[in-house]
Write a new protein. Structure first.
Lengths: 246, 253
């Protein structure tokens, strides 16, 4: 039988290589994919929730369910002398009162650029001030750090109508040649305002000519105040009073 | 197709089993911590008279002893009063700064402690052993000196930016494995969710990593009882910059 005859033969058997499955409709297939994607997304979300929310809370879950939280100490009952207890508490209270009952002092907040003046444990004045600008000036091999020193300081000297003896950085910052020590150009009787209180290491609390800048971190480490404020501080704080900077 | 289905099912089972193992390990974590704490308290718990005080007096005594101990120190310390919802900066007994706690959360461990246990843990200020923060303690801008007065005059006067918009978050690692987390609350108009999310989730990621390592190495899982507080962002910044790196913290309940 030739090919032609075979193809034209009406009784020749039909040959199928694969058995065809009934095909799902396109919509059903899309729905299947959406459901699969949704299921995976929910599973991933639940896993992440358990991983980042539930598991980090595991210790707290255990403790709140009483695991390992039976009284940690076995206290034997002890007879207490209640009079003694009260005496001890009163003595401690006295000690704390003594600590807080201090003379006048000044608190300076360098983050907020604010000061708080206290006398007899009461806040008597508060207001803006200027503190160190936190910069490092580099001039060749010389370096200067302009930062207000934090911690407890004491007023070591007070002066009305102070004269400022300009240090080297004042000239370097203005691009001027540095004069010899004791030179006339080093002395300035206006910049520090009417009052100054020295707190050690060359740092001062003083008045200012640059009132526009008050409340901003612009100084070279000193604490600058407005005229009325520095006057109140000058008159309230005796020598030896605490100046606490934080 | 059948093989794919089976492998997906196996993967799901493995993931669920992994999560279950991690959860069990996390739940077991406080066990060794409490054992260690018990051993510590056994050594310290000699002062039976103080420990037998009535509960309210014992809490007062705990606070007083801690404050007196901190006042002897010359550096600024932090006092967190969870009962009054206030946080204080103190030096030599003087309160420098006080701010309300807007929100607070503490691990269950602290709620389960008896007043006597609180006395043993907190009658002395806790040391800060390490800290992590979104801001630095000291920021220094470097300025090169002008060559002459003409250049100095040409330099524009730059006024510092005092508007505060970056979120402040930090974590203090204290003695006994205790952690204090401080979140600075900015006004609602300022976006802060992302930074806080990043800060929190980096910590959770580290916890999970340590947990997984402990499961693999068959050691005890890490546990750090944590106190989280939310305060004003400006105050959070002031407090962080004021407290020394190795400063002291008092926790009051």
């Amino acid at each position: 039988m030739t090919d032609k005859e075979f193809l034209s033969d009406p009784v020749a058997p039909e040959i199928t290589l694969f058995e065809e499955k009934p095909r799902r409709s396109v919509w059903k297939r899309i729905l299947g994919w959406i459901l699969a994607f949704f299921g995976i997304a929910v599973f991933v979300f639940l896993c992440l929730y358990v991983l980042f929310i539930i598991i980090p809370k595991g210790p707290d879950i255990a403790l709140s369910r009483g695991i390992g939280t039976d009284s940690l100490m076995n206290q034997a009952p002890v007879k207490i002398d209640s009079v003694k207890v009260w005496k001890e508490i009163a003595a401690l209270e006295k000690k704390i009162d003594k600590l807080t009952n201090q003379g006048p002092y000044l608190i300076v907040n360098t983050t907020e650029n604010k000061f708080y003046l206290y006398a007899e444990n009461k806040l008597i004045r508060t207001g803006p001030c200027s503190t160190g600008k936190n910069t490092q000036l580099i001039a060749g091999k010389k370096e200067f750090r302009f930062k207000t020193p934090r911690g407890v300081h004491k007023v070591i000297r007070k002066k009305e109508h102070p004269v400022w003896a300009k240090p080297d950085w004042a000239f370097i910052e203005e691009g001027l040649p540095i004069p010899p020590p004791g030179d006339e150009s080093r002395f300035d009787q206006y910049t520090l305002g009417d009052y100054k209180l020295e707190i050690g290491d060359g740092y001062m609390v003083h008045g200012t000519l640059y009132k526009r800048m008050i409340g901003m971190p612009v100084t070279h480490g000193c604490v600058r105040m407005l005229d009325d404020d520095i006057e109140a501080v000058f008159k309230t704080l005796p020598i030896g009073a605490k100046v606490i900077i934080y | 197709m059948k093989a794919l289905k089976i492998s997906v099912l196996c993967l799901v089972v493995v993931i669920i089993a992994g999560l279950a193992v991690l959860l069990i390990a996390a739940m077991k974590a406080p066990g060794p911590f409490i054992e260690e704490f018990r051993a510590e308290t056994a050594k310290i718990g000699k002062n039976k008279v103080v420990l037998s005080y009535p509960e309210d007096l014992l809490l007062e005594r705990t606070s007083m002893d801690a404050r007196l101990a901190m006042s002897e120190d010359d550096s600024i310390g932090l006092r967190v009063n969870l009962a009054e919802k206030k946080i204080y900066l103190e030096i030599q007994g003087i309160v420098l700064h006080e701010t309300p706690i807007l929100d607070q959360k503490a691990s269950v461990f602290f709620k389960k402690l008896t007043p006597a246990e609180k006395y043993i843990l907190f009658h002395k200020p806790l040391n800060i052993n390490k800290d992590e923060s979104s801001i630095s303690k000291d920021v220094f801008n470097v300025v090169i000196a002008p060559k002459d007065s003409i250049e100095a005059q040409q330099r524009e006067e730059i006024l510092p930016d005092t508007s505060h918009t970056s979120p402040v978050t930090y974590r203090l690692y204290l003695d006994h494995g205790i952690r204090l987390q401080v979140y600075g609350q900015l006004p609602d108009s300022v976006p802060q969710f992302r930074d806080r999310f990043r800060f929190e989730y980096s910590d959770k990621y580290r916890f999970l990593k340590n947990l997984a390592q402990s499961v693999i190495k068959r050691t005890s899982a890490p546990y750090q009882p944590t106190i989280s507080i939310v305060i004003n962002s400006r105050d959070a910044e002031s407090i962080y910059r004021a407290v020394p790196k190795k400063g002291k913290v008092i926790l009051e309940f």
